[in-house]
Design a protein. Sequence first.
Length: 342
Amino acid sequence: MANSFIGRDMAVDLGTANTLVYVRRKGVLLDEPSVVAVNDTTGEILAVGHEAKRMIGRTPDDITAIRPLKDGVIADFDATEQMLRFFIQRVHKRRYFAKPRMVICVPSGITPVEQRAVKEAGYQAGARRVYIVEEPMAAAIGAGLPVHQPTGNMVVDVGGGTTEVAVISLGGIVTSLSIRTAGDELDQAIVTWMKKEHSLMLGERTAEEVKMTLGSAFPSAQEPEAEIRGRDLVTGLPRTVVVSAVEIRHALEEPLHAIVDAVRATLDQTPPELAGDIMDRGIVLTGGGALLRGLDERLRHETGMPVHVADEPLLSVALGAGRCVEEFEALRQVLVSDRRRA
């Protein structure tokens, strides 16, 4: 009986910004924004993922594009469950007998109640068993770190809703810190800055684009400029301003400072033996935030430690959770255990 399920076990990186689904023996089959568009009058789901993301900030009154996860945890349970079910069905065409085992990633600072909500969403979406793995652990495995050896590995996972900093040794998290300052906060900081300095109102999608094109954490030789469009807060009309990378770096200063502080605080809590290992091996940077230009330089500058960006920072967590599915018995100890039988 068990064999018939082998090909269908899956791992889900349920992120604030993107949800990735890894299917056993097939790899990452789905990578879509964690957005759901709902018709408020009927309550039906109109679009999920890429299609729904295009609707953010552009919907008429009766349609709302919502992001069901906030700060790495479930903010809207029904929408999360519907979204999960939709993604699972998209991966499994033969849906009537697919009841997979599922490994879901959660932030390390999550409360038991929030953890139960994630599990429940997994069961409601059709899983046979739900296992939980902490994001920094999955990120470390996905980035190829030797997590089971008695050496210190430090991983900094800057996602959409949370930044996870953890030191891992012997297959467990020795010290970790999860802060709710990450990609979303960086976008918000740009919105606030443009409002204050240029009286210009930006939408969240524009802010995200500005972060990706102009954002940086450390001065570099090329400091590009770009035109940014928004609504003038004084006249209420559309207006364009030219902004440079230097200015956007000022805008991002506060959230970046919080991320650097989290890394410092974690190093401060690390046992000396492991701190010595990290000095040799360096810090590994994963998550979408690892793509912010100069973030590795900035951390190197502030901590004096070597910093490496993972090969595929956006996929690290999903690949790590996927490894837990592929090598279930070997990696079972890293999963947060649970007694429920579905």
